[in-house]
Design a protein around this ligand. Structure first.
Ligand code: HMG
Length: 389
């Protein structure tokens, strides 16, 4: 039985700052951002947008088209949790009015949790083929102003419907797995910006990739030539290019720059324009590949590398299904990215410095341009969500 992704939808904020603008203010050559780390724009969530509104917006497109029947599990992957107890997915469940017969939880392991959710969903569906699972991965990447991590901020959400008749990507059973207790990137509960040992984090990412790939290769008997396109976790797009170079080198494969670009072709563009969205980021790359590839990918195998700092990593793969193009939301994604509003540096800093009210009083948030849902305010420490229209 095939199990995998039957629908995939992406949402990001309607606001962004161009990294040229950031470079001017920070006195940094914009090419360091555009070329050196391979990022052009950062999506910035306005005050009435958070992981719940972004996740619900990504998922709504799927639920509206595919219906709610037999969605028996909602797995919400994030490291930007809004509550220590209540799962963000329960808010999404409410906004989308999903059936009460549903198991809803939140998962965390840095950027890896989206993959944990996808694989747990696949295992559930394997055991219960009639049921469907909604996986939502959403995050806001936030570092200190002026820090090396600042230009790699961003935000976004991806929702995926996992079924026993996947019409987009059928997952292969073989996986390469890796866990190691390291402090490359972390965020203590009392902080709302991540701490990171940046250069070290890139080294651990590459080590984890090699370990996972080696295992995946042994388990599956497949080699690089069996993978048609390579998707990587995307903290910034240069990281993925370096990872792919490393993979080729360590496998003794030779490829020209042009061939390397082609092997990753079409996975990077959305991320260049939104920045890191942590748990969602690998799947933003996959969505971008599927949406924008001029080539028919049906029957082709896609390799995916998921990395979450701390760290947990996984190499896995899947085969694109015939007719997948008709299942995509490519037009909506293109329109969303084209119609965003550019922020000035001052506007970016003002949004960045806004402090979420913690006094328990009633606070109403200004209305910005969001997706179908918005965070209207907070009262008695309770977040109040509403339809945006
Ligand atoms: P940095 O130290 O300021 O940058 O920040 P740099 O000085 O190393 O420069 C970056 C690249 O730009 C270099 O190229 C420069 O040569 C080049 P490289 O040597 O790497 O090939 N450069 C230029 N290129 C063209 N024109 C110029 C120019 N100037 C310089 N004028 C760093 C880099 C990654 C450390 C920083 O962005 C950072 O701390 N980022 C956050 C951490 C991160 O993203 N780590 C990635 C791996 S960990 C991960 O993926 C997990 C994560 O997503 C979290 C999670 O799991 O939840 C982060």
């Amino acid at each position: 039985m095939n199990v995998g992704i039957d629908a995939i939808s992406f949402y990001s904020s309607n606001y962004f700052i161009d990294l040229k603008t950031l470079g001017e203010v920070r006195g940094v050559d914009p090419d360091k951002y555009y070329v050196g780390i391979g990022q052009e724009k950062m999506a910035i969530p306005p005050p009435d947008e958070d992981i719940v509104t972004m996740g619900a917006s990504a998922a709504q497109a799927i639920v509206q088209r595919e219906g709610k029947d037999r969605i028996e599990m909602l797995l919400f992957a994030t490291e930007s949790g809004i509550d220590q107890s209540k799962a963000a997915g329960v808010f999404v469940h409410g906004l989308l009015q999903l059936p009460a017969r549903c198991r809803t939880v939140e998962l965390k392991e840095a950027c890896y949790s989206g993959t944990a959710a996808l694989q747990l969903a696949a295992a559930w569906v394997q055991a219960h083929p009639a049921s469907r699972v909604l996986v939502v991965a959403a995050d806001v990447a936030r570092y200190e102003l002026g820090s090396p991590g600042e230009p790699t901020q961003g935000c976004g959400a991806v929702a995926m419907l996992v079924t026993a008749h996947p019409r987009i990507l059928a997952l292969d059973p073989e996986v390469g797995l890796y866990t190691e207790d390291v402090m490359d990137f972390w965020r203590p509960n009392y902080r709302d910006q991540a701490l990171v040992d940046g250069k070290y984090s890139t080294r651990v990412y590459l080590q984890a990739l090699q370990a996972c790939w080696q295992q995946y290769r042994e388990q599956s008997g497949r080699d690089l030539a069996d993978i048609h396109r390579f998707c990587y976790h995307l903290p910034f797009t240069r990281m993925a290019e370096k990872a792919h170079e490393r993979l080729l080198k360590s496998s003794g494969a030779s490829a020209t720059d042009e061939q390397q670009k082609q092997q990753m072709g079409g996975t990077l563009d959305y991320n260049k324009r939104t920045g890191n969205s942590y748990a969602a980021s690998l799947y933003v790359g996959l969505t971008c590949l599927l949406d924008t590839s001029a080539e028919d990918l049906a029957g082709k195998r896609i390799g995916l590398f998921s990395y979450g700092s701390g760290c947990v990593a996984e190499y896995f793969s899947g085969v694109v299904q015939p007719g997948y193009q008709a299942r995509l939301f490519a037009d909506q994604h293109r329109t969303m990215l084209e119609q965003r509003t550019e922020l000035t540096y001052r506007q970016y800093e003002d949004i960045y410095n806004l402090v979420f009210p913690t006094d328990g009083g009633r606070h109403t948030f200004s209305r910005y341009r969001t997706g179908p849902f918005r965070l209207a305010g907070v009262n008695q420490h309770k977040r109040l969500y509403e339809a945006a229209t």
